[in-house]
Design a binder for this molecule. Structure first.
Ligand code: BGC
Length: 732
C-alpha cells in the first residue's frame, strides 16, 4: 500500500512537473510571437491532390514561411508532410511545427466498414481496434489528427451522414464514441502512432430538419440533452483532445457562433481543455445564416464563442488583427486559442521532433499489413446483419452453379463507402471475388450486373436472367452506390434506388433460392424484399475486406452476429422512427382514435438491435437481486442465455429499462447495457448486468438529473422487441 502511494505521489509529481515545463515553454514562445504569428496558428488550410500526388498552392508556401499557417488538412504521405514540415521549421522565424489533420473516418489505407456498419458489430473492442489501426496507418503517413469520431446521433435515414455515426441510440453511441477516441488517441499522445481525435459535429447536426444536410435543428432542450449531447460528453470523458463545430443552427443560433456550446457547456461545465476547430468554412457561413453581416463580424462571433481554429475560411487570418485594433476582441481571446493549439503540438512531441510522424520507412511497413487486413476482415464480418433467412443460408461451398448478380456484385469502389480516407479501391475484395475464393473448384459461378444502380439495362437483365435460370442459387447484390450517403448526400426516398427492385422481382419469379445482399449507407425501406425474398443480409459498406467477409457469412465460415444500430422503417412516412419512443396518451391499438397511420403499421420492418444468426438462442426468465431498492442503490439482473441451435454463435444480450411513472414522460424503453457473448451449441451462460442509479435517472422539469421513486420495468433480450421482462421498485 505504502509503495503504491509513493508511486502515485511520484507520478503526480512528474506529471505536474511536465505540465509546468510545458506551460513555461509555451508562455515563453507566446511572448516571442508577433500578432501575425499568433493568428497564423489559428489558421487551418487545405492541401491539394493532383495527378502527380499531393501538392501545395504557392500562396501557402509563402504563408508557411511567414508563420501564417498553423495546420493543414488533406496533406499526407510521409514524404509530403516531411517537406511541408521542413518549410515550417527551417523557413519560419519561430520554427513552430505544423499540425496535419485528415478525415480518417473508417480507416486510412486499410478501410474498415462504414461507421454505421461497424456499429452493427456491437463489439467495442473490435471498434477500438479498427480506430487503433487507422491511427497507426495515418500517423505513418505524417498525420497527427483525425476529424473523427463523428458522434452525431441520427434518426432520419434521409440524412446522408447517418452513415458516419453509430446510429440512433445515445447509449450505444456513447460507448462507441469512447471506443473510437481510445483507439485513435491510445494511452500516450506522444507515441508516434497515436493521433488527436476530434468529436464532431457539435452539436445536433444529425437533427437536420427533413434529413436535408446542413438544415436547421429545431429541438427542445430535453431532446438536446437526452439524445444529442451525451456522446459528446462521453468523448470528453474519454479524453478527446479536439472538437469540431457543426454547420447547422440549433433553435436560431448557428453552432459555430454559439458561446453557450463551446464556452459555457464544453469548457466551463464539462472541463474540456483541448481546442475547437470550425467545420470547413463554417465561420464564413455565419453570413448566409444571417447572424453576421460580413467576414469580420463572422470571425468575431466565432472567436468569441470559443472557436480556436478556422478551417479553410481564411477569416481569422484576414480579420482578427483588424478586430483587435478596433477593440472588438481582446488579445487574451487570441492568446488562449494559440495556447490551446500549441499545447497539443507540444504533447504530440512535435517540438521535440517535428518529423517524427513523417517516416517513409514506417509508412511502408505499417500500411495494409497482414494484421491490419485480418482485423479489417474480422470487423467486417461482425458488421453483417442477417435480416431474414428461410432455410437458404448458409450456402454450400460445393454448390454446382451459382449466379452472382447485381450492380454491386463486382464493385470495388462502392465497398469503400463514403469518407474512405486514402483507401484505394483496387485493393478491395469485391463480393464476387470473395465468393470465387470461397467455393469449391467445381462450382460454376455466373456473373452479370443485371441492371445499374439507377437505370435498367435490358440486355444486361436478359443475360442475368439466363444465368439465374441455370443456377442452383442466386446471390444478388443491390443497394446504393457509395456516393449516395455521406456529406451532401441526403435522399428524399429511402427505397432501393432505380429499377433494382424490379430486377429483383424477376429473379424471385424464377423460384430459385435468392439471397439479397444489401449494401447501403443508411437503412433502406424494403417491405417487398422483406416479404418475398427468402434471405437478406444487410452489409452497409464493408471496406477493403468486404467481399471476403460476406463470403464467410454466405458459406457459413462465420455465423452472423451483427445487430442493427438503427431502426429499419417499413416506409419513409414513418420517419423519424426509433425504438425509444414515447407512449403518448393514446398508444396504438385497434381503436380508431389512437396514435397510428391508416396505411402502415407503427412497428418497424426490423427493430433496433435486431439481427438473426444461423443458430438460435433461448433466454431464461430474469432474476433480480431484489425487487425493492432505495434511491441511489444499484441492481443486479441476471439472465441465462442458451444456444439451442447446432452451431457456435455470438449473441448480443441487450438490457432495456423503463421508468413506468415519472414526473416527465419517459421512453417505452431505453438501452442501458449489453454484452456480446460466444456460445457453443448447447452451451448456456449467465449474463449479469448492474443497473446503476445513473441508469435510473432522468432530467426533471428543471433539467436536473434525478431519480424518482416508483416502479421500473427491466427488459432483456436479443433485440429491442423480443424481451423478457421483470419489475422492481425504487423507494425513498
Ligand atoms: C465536413 C467535416 C470534415 C471536413 C474536413 C466538412 O465538410 O463536414 O466532417 O471533417 O469537411 O474534410
Amino acid at each position: 500500500m505504502i509503495r503504491f502511494l509513493v508511486l502515485l505521489l511520484v507520478s503526480l509529481f512528474v506529471a505536474c512537473y511536465a505540465q509546468n515545463t510545458m506551460e513555461q515553454e509555451i508562455s515563453a514562445l507566446l511572448n516571442q510571437m508577433t500578432l501575425e504569428e499568433k493568428i497564423g496558428q489559428l489558421n487551418l488550410c487545405t492541401g491539394d491532390f493532383g495527378e502527380q500526388g499531393p501538392f501545395l498552392r504557392d500562396e501557402y508556401k509563402a504563408w508557411i514561411a511567414e508563420g501564417k499557417i498553423g495546420a493543414f488538412l488533406n496533406a499526407f504521405t510521409a514524404d509530403f508532410t516531411y517537406n511541408l514540415q521542413k518549410m515550417a521549421v527551417e523557413k519560419s522565424r519561430l520554427k513552430i511545427p505544423l499540425l496535419f489533420g485528415f478525415d480518417v473516418i473508417h480507416g486510412f489505407r486499410t478501410i474498415f466498414p462504414l461507421p454505421l456498419g461497424e456499429a452493427a458489430s456491437w463489439d467495442l473492442k473490435a471498434i477500438e481496434k479498427s480506430a487503433r489501426i487507422s491511427a497507426i496507418e495515418a500517423t505513418a503517413a505524417g498525420l497527427h489528427w483525425t476529424f473523427a469520431p463523428m458522434v452525431d446521433i441520427a434518426r432520419d435515414p434521409r440524412w446522408g451522414r447517418i452513415a458516419e455515426g453509430a446510429g440512433e441510440d445515445t447509449y450505444l453511441g456513447c460507448l462507441i464514441a469512447k471506443a473510437r477516441v481510445r483507439g485513435f488517441q491510445g494511452n500516450d499522445l506522444a507515441a508516434h502512432d497515436t493521433m488527436l481525435a476530434c468529436a464532431k459535429h457539435f452539436a445536433a447536426y444529425g437533427a437536420a430538419q427533413a434529413g436535408r444536410d446542413y438544415n436547421i435543428a429545431d429541438i427542445s432542450d430535453r431532446t438536446l440533452w437526452e439524445t444529442y449531447l451525451p456522446p459528446f460528453k462521453a468523448s470528453v470523458d474519454a479524453g478527446v483532445e479536439t472538437f469540431m463545430t457543426a454547420f447547422n443552427e440549433i433553435n436560431g443560433v448557428p453552432c459555430t457562433s454559439s458561446s453557450y456550446l463551446f464556452t459555457e457547456l464544453l469548457r466551463n461545465q464539462w472541463g474540456f481543455q483541448g481546442f475547437v476547430v470550425s467545420d470547413y468554412t463554417a465561420i464564413n457561413e455565419l453570413i448566409p445564416h444571417g447572424v453576421a453581416a460580413n467576414g469580420k463580424d463572422a470571425a468575431r462571433l466565432a472567436l468569441k464563442a470559443g472557436v480556436d481554429m478556422d478551417m479553410q475560411g481564411h477569416l481569422f487570418i484576414k480579420e482578427l488583427s483588424i478586430l483587435l485594433n478596433e477593440g472588438k476582441i481582446d488579445i487574451k481571446d487570441i492568446d488562449e486559442a494559440v495556447k490551446r493549439i500549441l499545447r497539443l503540438k507540444y504533447r504530440l512531441g512535435l517540438f521535440q521532433n517535428p518529423y517524427a510522424y513523417s517516416n517513409v520507412q514506417r509508412e511502408k511497413e505499417k500500411t495494409m499489413t497482414k494484421e491490419h487486413l485480418e482485423v479489417a476482415l474480422d470487423v467486417a464480418k461482425k458488421s453483417i446483419v442477417l435480416l431474414k433467412n428461410e432455410n437458404v443460408l448458409p450456402l454450400s461451398k460445393e454448390i454446382k452453379t451459382l449466379a452472382v448478380l447485381g450492380p454491386l456484385a463486382d464493385s470495388q469502389k462502392d465497398l469503400l463507402g463514403c469518407w474512405c480516407g486514402a483507401g484505394d479501391y483496387n485493393h478491395v475484395v469485391s463480393l464476387l471475388k470473395g465468393i470465387q475464393s470461397k467455393v469449391s473448384a467445381d462450382t460454376k459461378i455466373l456473373h452479370a450486373k443485371g441492371c445499374n444502380i439507377l437505370d435498367a439495362d435490358e440486355a444486361e437483365q436478359k443475360k442475368a436472367l439466363e444465368m439465374a435460370a441455370q443456377a442452383d442459387a442466386i446471390i444478388v447484390a443491390l443497394g446504393e452506390e457509395a456516393g449516395m450517403s455521406g456529406e451532401a448526400a441526403s435522399r428524399s426516398s429511402i427505397s432501393i434506388p432505380g429499377k433494382q427492385e424490379e430486377f429483383l422481382k424477376e429473379l424471385v419469379k424464377t423460384n430459385k433460392p435468392v439471397v439479397l445482399v444489401l449494401m447501403s449507407g443508411r437503412p433502406l425501406a424494403i417491405p417487398w424484399p422483406a416479404q418475398n425474398v427468402p434471405a437478406i443480409l444487410q452489409c452497409f459498406f464493408l471496406g477493403t475486406q468486404g467481399g471476403n467477409a460476406m463470403a464467410e457469412v454466405l458459406f457459413g465460415d462465420y455465423n452472423p452476429s451483427g445487430k442493427l444500430p438503427v431502426t429499419f422503417p417499413r416506409s419513409l412516412g414513418q420517419v423519424p422512427i426509433y425504438y425509444n419512443y414515447k407512449n403518448t396518451g393514446r398508444p396504438v391499438s385497434p381503436d380508431k382514435y389512437t396514435s397510428k397511420y391508416l396505411d402502415v403499421e407503427n412497428s418497424p420492418l426490423y427493430p433496433f438491435g435486431f439481427g438473426l444468426s444461423y443458430t438460435k438462442y433461448q433466454y431464461s426468465p430474469l432474476r433480480l437481486e431484489k425487487s425493492y431498492l432505495k434511491k441511489g442503490e444499484s441492481l443486479k439482473i441476471t439472465v441465462a442465455v442458451k444456444n439451442v441451435g447446432h452451431r457456435e454463435g455470438e449473441e448480443t444480450v441487450q438490457l432495456y429499462l423503463r421508468d413506468n411513472v415519472a414526473s416527465i414522460t419517459r421512453p417505452v424503453k431505453e438501452l442501458k447495457g449489453f454484452e456480446k457473448i460466444l456460445l457453443q451449441s448447447g452451451e448456456s451462460r449467465e449474463v449479469s448486468f448492474f443497473l446503476t442509479p445513473e441508469d435510473m435517472s432522468f432530467y426533471d422539469k428543471n433539467m436536473k438529473l434525478t431519480i424518482e421513486a416508483g416502479t421500473f420495468t427491466v427488459m432483456v433480450g436479443g433485440d429491442s422487441e423480443n424481451l423478457m421482462k421483470a419489475e422492481f421498485e425504487v423507494v425513498d
